[in-house]
Design a protein around this ligand. Structure first.
Ligand code: IPE
Ligand code: IPE
Ligand code: MG
Length: 254
C-alpha cells in the first residue's frame, strides 16, 4: 500500500507550522453545492456542472490528507434531491457509478477506506453494485476515511435510529432508561464515527439542507461563496486555518 506522499499533492502546504496543523480539523464535512450555477454561468447544461464537480474530488482528497484530515465526508445527494428532473437524477447516479468503478483502485493505493452513507437500497441496482464492490475492496484500509453521503437525509436518519431503539426495547434487548445520547448516536448511520469538527458549505447558501442534523450540534460552520467546481485545495487549506483560529467552547466559558 502506497500512502499519500507530500509530492503527490501540494507541497505549498508545508508552510503551515506544525503547531498550527495540530489544531486543524480531523473530520471535515462538505456540502458540495453550486454545480448547477457553475454550469449555467458558462452556458452549459447542469449535468456538466456535476461532471466538473466530480473532477474536484481527487485534488480535495489529496489536500485533505496533507492537511491531516482523517475523515472527509462529502454530501453528494440528499433525500430531497429526487425532486429534480429525472434526467439530472439519472446523470448523477451514472457519475457516481462511474466514479466508484474508476477510482477505487487509486483510493486503495492511498490507503483510504470508503463508506457510502444513506438509504442506498433506493439507488439504481448498478450503482448499488458498484458501491458494494468499492466498499468491500477498500474495507481493509486504515490510513483515512472518505464518506459519500448518498440519498441521505438527517431527519430520516434520526427517525431510523428512533425506530431501531424502539425495536430493541420491544424485543427486550434494551431498557427504556438505557436510551441516552450515546446509545442514540450509535444507531445513526455514522455509528461510532466522531462528529464533524468543521462543516463547509460552498456556493454561499447559509443553510444545512438536512445534512448531519444530530452530528453538527457543536461543529464549526464555514460558508464560502466559491462554487464547488471551483473549490481548490488552497480553499480547503484556508478553511482549516480559519478553523484553527476559532475557540470551541462547547457551552463552557473559556
Ligand atoms: C450540488 O450542486 C449537487 C447536488 C445537490 C447534487 P447543485 O446542483 O445543487 O447546484 P446549484 O445549487 O443548483 O447551483
Ligand atoms: C444540498 O444541496 C445537497 C447536496 C449538496 C448534495 P441542495 O442544492 O440540494 O440544497 P438546497 O435545495 O439549496 O437547500
Ligand atoms: Mg444546490
Amino acid at each position: 500500500m502506497t500512502e499519500l506522499s507530500p509530492e503527490s499533492s501540494m507541497s505549498s502546504f508545508s508552510r503551515d507550522r506544525d503547531d498550527e496543523k495540530e489544531r486543524f480539523p480531523k473530520h471535515v464535512a462538505v456540502i458540495m453545492d453550486g454545480n448547477g450555477r457553475w454550469a449555467t454561468q458558462r452556458g452549459m447544461d447542469r449535468t456538466m456542472g456535476h461532471f466538473a464537480a466530480s473532477k474536484m474530488i481527487k485534488p480535495i482528497i489529496l489536500a485533505a490528507d496533507e492537511l491531516g484530515i482523517k475523515i472527509l465526508s462529502l454530501f453528494c445527494f440528499s433525500t430531497e434531491n429526487w425532486r429534480r428532473p429525472q434526467l439530472e437524477v439519472e446523470s448523477l447516479f451514472d457519475l457516481l457509478t462511474q466514479y466508484t468503478r474508476l477510482e477505487s483502485d487509486e483510493l486503495d493505493s492511498w490507503g483510504i477506506r470508503v463508506k457510502f452513507i444513506g438509504d442506498i437500497k433506493k439507488l439504481p441496482e448498478r450503482t448499488q453494485l458498484a458501491i458494494q464492490e468499492c466498499e468491500a475492496l477498500l474495507a481493509h484500509n486504515t490510513h483515512s476515511q472518505l464518506n459519500f453521503f448518498v440519498n441521505y437525509g438527517g431527519r430520516a436518519e434520526i427517525v431510523n435510529a428512533a425506530k431501531e431503539l424502539a425495536e430493541d426495547v420491544k424485543n427486550g434487548l434494551l431498557n427504556l432508561d438505557e436510551i441516552d445520547e450515546q446509545s442514540f448516536s450509535r444507531k445513526l448511520f455514522t455509528g461510532n464515527m466522531p462528529d464533524p469538527d468543521l462543516i463547509i458549505r460552498t456556493s454561499g447558501e447559509q443553510r444545512v439542507s438536512n445534512f448531519l442534523l444530530w452530528q453538527l450540534a457543536y461543529s464549526e460552520l464555514l460558508v464560502t461563496e466559491t462554487l464547488w467546481p471551483d473549490f481548490s485545495p488552497e480553499d480547503l487549506r484556508k478553511a482549516c486555518l480559519d478553523y484553527s483560529r476559532r475557540f470551541r467552547r462547547f457551552g463552557d466559558v473559556s
